[in-house]
Design a protein around this ligand. Structure first.
Ligand SMILES: [Zn+2]
Length: 468
């Protein structure tokens, strides 16, 4: 993207920050943007003839805080029963089989397709939880960042921002230091991991649309000592970077954690480490009331992936209680059974309705459900990936979506109803334009890119799934 771009435009209405922490809908809004960042927001002005004028409503683009890009190649291909009781764990075996032969070029093709779909859906930035490091035999590629480079290149070509989160993965369970055969492409020693992070950091130098963070696959896959050493490495080399971990996705891993440590996973994390705003706990699904309160008070973000958590039978994140304690939440598409932010947000709320037998569970008397969910996940998504995005405010990246006032999904409704309909009316998308990092994404160019990407992606489908 062109860092030199300076632009201005005026739009009918926008959801903008009017004072720290407060967003309001304003009419006749003029945005000034320099080097990808919002430098001025004015509203209530007479129509400005000098800058570009847009009919529509501007909202922040959404952050996708959790992705395993390669899984897009396999999404929807495990919807059959393999055992008397299929589960996350049987799905994981199928995923291991799919991953066994993937080349760096395959990963690039899958990731580019996925990231273009994310841009089309309205995502601006992705947190890529990247654990596919090694070659098929389980040793490092000659260039250890080969796989990481594939996803970085795919993000750049698709025009989406990326926080690359190289993942430390060391063992197959709490009671062992070994990995199983299906995990050999994921495992690294601590030194290999630090080298990988360091080299990824070098490879993104000067790229305003990429950052690097730290990720632990899960408590079952990484020891206490390894987490401690990695946090020390971060302190010395990557201060303020994001920290992500799969926290408590499955009841079985909660049980294993208790058996091994005497504590539940989130209780263990809160007691053992300084969990703060830098952390994002993915799938904090299984929490007791003390853990909910503790995690909310820590300031960490809970990264929720509603469609994947449904697809894998994980359980419901206790969103209502967590938000009541002031917790921060973001969304992710994780296994990419859905690349649709509207569906993620809708199912985040629907899960709570199904549990409670109530409606508008995550709304408040002052904020409608759609408005609250959208604002919270966009803003805290930015916190989760360590980037100032997800809010239309001075100093934030100019990542925004323009919704068409004529689209039947949102036409003739006001203010928060726009976001309620955007999320809860499952009809066509009213997104008419996208600006990412201060640059307009041309609709025709996006369509053309998707067309080209699909050709390569379809050939991959043929390679992996013909006849299945
Ligand atoms: Zn995940």
């Amino acid at each position: 993207m062109n860092e030199q771009t300076e632009t201005e435009f005026t739009i009918d209405s926008a959801l903008v920050e009017t004072s720290p922490g407060t967003e309001e809908w304003k009419n006749d809004v003029r945005f000034s943007i320099s080097k990808g960042t919002i430098t001025r927001i004015e509203y209530g002005l007479p129509l400005d003839q000098t800058s570009k004028s847009i009919e529509g409503t501007a909202i922040p683009a959404m952050v996708n805080s959790h992705s395993h890009a390669f899984q897009r190649g396999f999404a929807g291909m495990s919807e059959y029963r393999t055992e008397s009781q299929d589960s996350f764990w049987t799905w994981r075996e199928l995923m291991y089989k799919f991953v066994s032969d993937l080349t760096p070029e395959d990963v690039y093709i899958i990731a580019r397709q996925l990231y273009l779909e994310m841009v089309e859906a309205g995502y601006s930035w992705v947190g890529e939880f990247h654990y596919l490091h090694n070659n098929p035999s389980g040793s490092a590629y000659a260039n250890a960042t080969e796989m990481a480079d594939s996803v970085l290149r795919a993000a750049e070509d698709a025009g989406i921002g990326i926080t690359l989160l190289p993942v430390l993965y060391q063992r197959s369970g709490f009671q062992t230091n070994q990995i199983n055969r299906g995990q050999r492409r994921f495992a690294l020693s601590l030194d290999e991991y630090f080298d990988l992070v360091n080299n990824c950091q070098k490879n993104i130098t000067g790229n305003p649309n990429a950052s690097v963070g730290i990720a632990f696959h899960s408590l079952r896959a990484v020891s206490f000592e390894a987490i401690k050493e990695t946090l020390q490495y971060r302190q010395n080399h990557l201060l303020n970077s994001s920290l992500h971990i799969h926290a408590a996705e499955q009841q079985l891993e909660v049980d294993d954690c208790i058996a091994s440590t005497g504590k539940r996973p989130i209780q263990y994390l809160l007691n053992s480490f300084q969990i703060d705003e830098s952390w994002c706990l993915i799938h904090a699904t299984h929490m007791n009331p003390e853990e909910i309160e503790g995690l909310a008070n820590s300031g960490a973000v809970a990264g929720i992936c509603p469609t994947t958590e449904a697809n894998l039978g994980d359980g419901f994140f206790p969103a209502s209680r967590f938000l009541k304690h002031g917790g921060r939440i973001s969304i992710g598409s994780d296994s990419h059974c859905s690349v649709n932010l509207r569906e993620e947000l809708r199912w985040l709320e629907y899960g709570q309705r199904l549990i409670s037998g109530q409606r508008a569970v995550l709304g408040t008397p002052h904020l409608s459900t759609g408005r609250r969910l959208y604002s919270e996940c966009a803003f805290s998504g930015g916190q989760a990936i360590g980037i100032k995005t997800g809010r239309l405010a001075v100093g934030y990246r100019a990542d925004l979506l323009i919704l068409s006032p004529d689209h039947p999904t949102i036409s003739n409704v006001s203010k928060d109803r726009i976001l309620d309909r955007f999320i809860f009316l499952n009809t066509g998308s009213p997104i008419q334009q996208r600006m990412l990092g201060g640059e307009w994404i041309e609709e025709t160019e996006l369509t053309e890119q998707l067309h080209c990407s699909r050709i390569a992606f379809n050939q991959l489908n043929q390679k992996f799934f013909e006849g299945s």
